[in-house]
Design a protein. Structure first.
Length: 645
């Protein structure tokens, strides 16, 4: 070397210093951050400049007894840095930002890890001091918490403050020093930092023509796989499926999720046209397998109860008059406010409560209420509810008008009208779902639209029998009976040429079919409850059901109907007969098939138990409906008698 001093060029030297300077700085920060994350994962502390001195930080999860003793001897007062969410879970403190709390010098490693939720035993919060302000340590706190999450460690660190002249001693102790700004400067986008490593043809069960291509992160240790399925199109957009790695679901067939079946279906679908499945190393949504298992443990212990409570409330919201036939309206001109209110409520809230089932499931998926709420509200509330109602209503009107027209023009047909009801249900539901609206609401509104067509038909084409009973010159004519009133009076096909009689014949058959379907649903509900209760009965449902049946529903019914034209007896009955049934069971099955993998047994048990109690309690109180009907009939007879006078 001719006596020249040995020298190295910078590890990162830009070919274009002007344009690539920022990228080089970012790349250098990413390398330093990766080294710091490795130190935390190995249980070694970091040193960060903070305020007027230095801040030693060590991850509680990987901390050893020896390192704990070294840290507590190094500084005068150790503190435990926790996230705001962890503090809320510990003792309900109304804190949202990270906070450092003093710990005694003789605190044990077991106590620290219990407070940080590293172990399943609840931590003793009495050893924690009062929260201390950052005092210039904000950036350092944010940096070490970011590095913990990047390392897939629990965001809890032991902090020790050191004076400004401790830099030389830290270097001598081989403590890695890192600038907190590196956590901000280092790019979080790993996509540009992937290197293709290897590939091979690997036949899969769903498609033998598959190639696996492995990519490794340049600034990390994660390895991602691109599964090229079949022959992707070269001259068209390539179908791509993103799939986060899930050891428990993909490999072990866990019942907590459906990740494995989802991946198999995705490969089978991609095989039809050719495509790529990106298998991303994001176990536990990027938190790592250890934290995913900890989350399962916490969920089994009953944490995350707020999300579960919202889901349970949404599941138990829909009422079900199918289980009490006397509650439903009798015909298109039934003016009884109690029956009309309960029937309308049951039809409407079967769909109106559904967005909140979706809300709870999304909350469980994301873990917090943040940006996704806007999209949920815009789609599930602002669009899906009115769109479902309008689409179903007009579809019911148009189908009803067309069906009555065809029936009156073809009176000799013997086709049963049951299929018309099934067709209208299927058509309105499928159309609403295709438009991103609520299918349940569309089916309910379609029934309303069909009934409206029946009423309009009787107004525009009164039955001859009704016209014959009218007294000429009467200022207050008798209202036209419902169309189905004339269904049994049709002597032959010629009578069905009259639109009102054709409508009545169709409606009568549809109502008969509906009654039969309701009876079958009643049997199905009772059988399902009997099967489920043998395994899932939960005594905690008793106080929940009593609170729901006796306090919550009656109170709010009386409150919100206070200024309406309903009588007190009608409001009381509407408050009492909030029967739970098939709607709740459908919501429960939907939740189980769309992400409910936590606390599922509790929610299943509570739902089935509350529905069973509703069937039993409201069934035993059905004589109240008989009494109401008798009183209503006597009142109607008195009004008719007074009117005749």
């Amino acid at each position: 070397m001719n006596g020249a001093a040995f020298a190295l060029k910078p590890l990162l030297e830009s070919a274009d210093p002007v344009n690539d300077l920022a990228a080089d700085r970012q790349r250098a920060a990413a390398i330093r951050l990766d080294r710091a994350c490795t130190e935390l994962r190995r249980g070694r502390p970091l040193a960060l400049p903070a305020g007027d001195g230095w801040l030693l930080a060590a991850a509680v999860e990987t901390l050893s007894e020896a390192m704990l003793q070294w840290l507590t001897r190094t500084g005068p007062a150790a503190r435990l840095l926790l996230s705001g969410e962890r503090l809320q879970a510990l003792d309900g403190r109304e804190i949202t930002a990270p906070c450092a709390l003093g710990v005694p010098p003789n605190i044990t490693l077991v106590q620290l890890q219990q407070l940080a939720a590293v172990t399943p035993v609840p931590g003793d919060t009495s050893v924690l001091g009062t929260p201390t302000p950052p005092n210039g340590e904000d950036l350092a706190w944010s940096a070490v918490l970011t590095m913990c999450k990047r390392s897939r460690l629990i965001p809890a660190l032991l902090l020790v403050a050191l004076p400004a002249d401790a830099g030389t001693a830290l270097t001598a102790a081989q403590v890695l020093q890192i600038d907190p700004a590196d956590a901000v400067l280092a790019t979080p986008d790993r996509a540009a930092g992937l290197r293709r490593v290897s590939d091979a043809r690997v036949p899969l069960a769903a498609e033998e023509n598959c190639t696996l291509v492995l990519f490794r992160e340049i600034d990390g240790d994660a390895e991602h796989v691109a599964i090229v399925v079949g022959q992707p199109p070269a001259d068209a957009p390539v179908p791509v499926r993103l799939h986060s790695a899930c050891l428990t679901g993909d490999l072990l067939g866990s019942l907590r999720c459906d990740c494995g079946p989802q991946m198999q279906r995705a490969v089978a679908q991609l095989a039809e046209t050719g495509g790529v499945l990106l298998y991303l190393a994001q176990e536990g949504r990027g938190t790592g397998l250890a934290n995913k298992l900890r989350a399962y443990r916490l969920q089994d212990a009953g944490l995350d109860t707020l999300q579960a409570a919202v889901l349970l409330g949404a599941i138990l919201a829909p009422t079900d008059p199918v289980l009490a036939g006397m509650v439903t309206v009798n015909d298109a001109q039934d003016q009884d406010r109690m029956r009309y209110g309960l029937s309308g409520e049951a039809g409407f809230n079967d769909g109106a409560a559904f967005p909140f089932v979706i809300f709870a499931l999304l909350w469980m998926e994301h873990g917090s209420v943040d940006q996704w709420v806007g999209g949920w509200a815009l789609h599930r509330l602002i669009w899906a509810i009115p769109a479902g109602l309008l689409l179903g209503y007009f579809m019911g009107k148009w189908v009803g008008r067309f069906a009555i027209h065809l029936r009156s023009r073809n009176p000799h047909t013997g086709a049963p009208n049951d299929f018309l009801a099934l067709a209208l249900i299927a058509l309105s539901y499928a159309s609403a779902e295709a438009a991103g609206a609520w299918g349940f609401l569309a089916v309910f509104a379609a029934g309303q639209g069909f009934r409206r067509t029946e009423v309009l038909t009787t107004e525009t084409h009164p039955a001859p029998e009704h016209l014959a009973n009218q007294t000429p010159g009467t200022s207050d004519p008798t209202p036209h009976p419902p169309a189905e009133h004339f269904a049994n009076k049709a002597a032959g096909p010629d009578d069905l040429k009259h639109p009102t009689k054709a409508a009545g014949h169709m409606v009568a058959e549809i109502i008969t079919f509906g009654d039969t379907a309701e009876r079958l649903l009643e049997v199905m509900v009772v059988v399902l409850l009997g099967i489920g209760l043998s395994t899932y009965w939960d005594w905690r449902a008793v106080p929940l059901a009593l609170a729901l049946f006796i306090v919550i529903r009656p109170l709010f019914t009386l409150l919100f109907l206070a200024k309406t034209r309903t009588r007190l007896s009608q409001r009381a009955l509407m408050g009492w007969f909030g029967i739970r049934g098939i709607g709740s069971l459908y919501y429960l099955s939907y939740a189980l098939n769309h992400g409910l993998d936590t606390q599922s047994s509790e929610i299943v048990a509570l739902t089935l138990s509350v529905v069973a109690l509703s069937v039993a309690i409201h069934g035993l109180s059905s004589p109240l409906l008989n009494a109401y009907e008798n009183i209503a009939a006597r009142s109607k007879a008195r009004r008719a008698k007074n009117y005749a006078r």
